[in-house]
Design a protein around this ligand. Structure first.
Ligand SMILES: [Zn+2]
Length: 431
């Protein structure tokens, strides 16, 4: 067991409250909470002066490319970037080669995640091999620890299969069916958002209606089945309106949004090149406005990054040929703090709810995101809200460099990360 830690001089901030207090951490848990200085000499001192001590962040959409894509990222490199970003729990997506659609592969990737500086969880596919033909064995995968099912990367086109998946999910109290909501036929061959930029560049677009039509259909299926439904990386104002209405009707529906969809638009693709290409694509300024409104009013439950590394060579091609996806797990907290909290658009409490408690609840991750209390597992991000830094693609921990934030100057940075009571990042460096 790691030596006891004394987190001192900071302000404890969780989704419920803020107080100036120190923490004593031992045996992987918060052993005590006391006045500043109360635990001096009782363990390794972790300096949190002028910093916020928060429940560790939880990123419920990451692609760590294991198995099959380890030249772009692997579980170790992905988890290391996560820890540097204050992320103490990650949920991997199953669109690997082969697909994570069976208990053996679930056990294997969880094993690979065990000795990393982050708690690594995995989702599993909804359909066998993500082929959209037959459903996976939900019971066996549940028993293997899976709580989130998704064919992410592609949509479940078949209404019958989606209904079956939602019916299966309703048998378990804590299972969710997550959808990459883009109607396949409508986006086939599409490169970026269908709009002024796709017209200007002469590229086939991916229309926003492709998202809306799937979200609408799935909400209707959630209503019919009583199943729990989650929209991955929601990207349009119109789809977030559908989620708002579904919630008002009492349905079990949730949604997450990426930092990039909250901040960037289709216009940024020309500046970013292939690093600005993802699915669903960056949309319009009106969509950004609608997504922000949905985030602020609670329609959107969580921020998740869709951390999607692609090797530099695979991205060094023309836009139509480049694989879709952007890095995110290491920069999420800084980018959201800089853009929203530092500008007074979001409270610190809402920040920590969106990045920690709420995503943990969606994905059924019970050991992360809880308010500070004695006996709670010590998964903690210590964040300096004033430190400025510049995001340099080559300095990120990922094996890939396709960040949508190259050379961006941001305010707010993770100083230390504690995962299961161990100090895994100390003064911005992996231990
Ligand atoms: Zn996706």
């Amino acid at each position: 067991m790691a030596e006891p830690l004394v987190v001192t001089g900071g302000s404890l901030l969780d989704a419920k409250s803020e107080q100036q207090a120190d923490l004593l951490i031992a045996d992987g848990e918060i052993a005590d909470i006391g006045d500043p200085g109360a635990f001096n000499g009782k363990g390794l001192e972790v300096d949190a002066s002028d910093a916020l001590v928060m429940p560790g962040f939880v990123d419920i959409q990451v692609h760590f490319r294991t198995p099959g894509g380890e030249e772009s990222e692997d579980i170790s490199s992905g988890a290391a970037g996560a820890a540097l970003g204050g992320v103490t729990a990650c949920l991997m997506m199953p669109n690997t080669v082969p697909t994570i659609d069976n208990p053996d592969l679930v056990s294997e990737v969880l094993r690979l995640g065990r000795d990393t500086p982050c708690d690594v969880y995995t989702s599993a596919a909804i359909t066998v091999d993500r082929a959209g033909e037959s459903l996976v064995d939900f019971v066996a995968l549940y028993e293997a620890g899976v709580r989130v099912f998704t064919d992410d990367g592609t949509v479940v086109d078949s209404e019958d299969l989606m209904r079956g998946a939602l019916e299966a999910s309703s048998q378990f109290p804590d299972v969710v069916i997550s959808q990459h909501a883009e109607h396949s036929a409508m986006v086939e061959g599409g490169v970026i958002n269908q709009g002024v930029v796709s017209d200007r560049l002469g590229l086939k677009g991916r229309p926003s209606e492709a998202e809306v039509i799937i979200v609408e259909r799935d909400i209707a299926l959630a209503k019919q089945t009583g199943g729990r439904y989650h929209v991955l990386h929601i990207s349009t104002a119109a789809a977030s309106d559908r989620v708002r209405n579904a919630k008002a009707a009492g349905l079990r529906v949730s949604a997450e949004v990426t930092p990039q969809h909250l901040i960037l638009t289709e216009e940024d693709v020309e500046r970013l090149g292939t690093s600005g290409k993802m699915n669903p694509p960056l949309r319009t300024a009106a969509d950004v406005e609608g997504l922000r409104a949905a985030l602020f009013d609670g329609t959107i439950d969580a921020v998740a990054t869709d951390h999607a590394p692609h090797s530099p060579s695979s991205k060094a091609v023309d836009l139509p040929d480049a694989p879709p996806g952007m890095l995110g797990v290491e920069t999420m907290a800084s980018v959201i703090w800089n853009e929203f909290v530092a500008r007074g658009l979001m409270t610190p409490q809402r920040f920590v709810a969106l990045l920690s408690a709420s995503p943990a609840a969606i994905a059924g991750i019970s050991t992360h995101g809880a308010p500070f209390a004695i006996g709670v597992p010590a998964n903690i991000a210590i964040f300096d809200p004033r430190e400025r830094w510049i995001i340099e693609p080559n300095e990120l921990q990922s094996k890939s460099v396709n960040t949508p934030w190259p050379h961006k100057d941001v305010q707010g940075r993770v100083r230390h990360t504690i995962c299961n009571g161990a100090l895994v990042v100390h003064h911005g460096t992996l231990t």
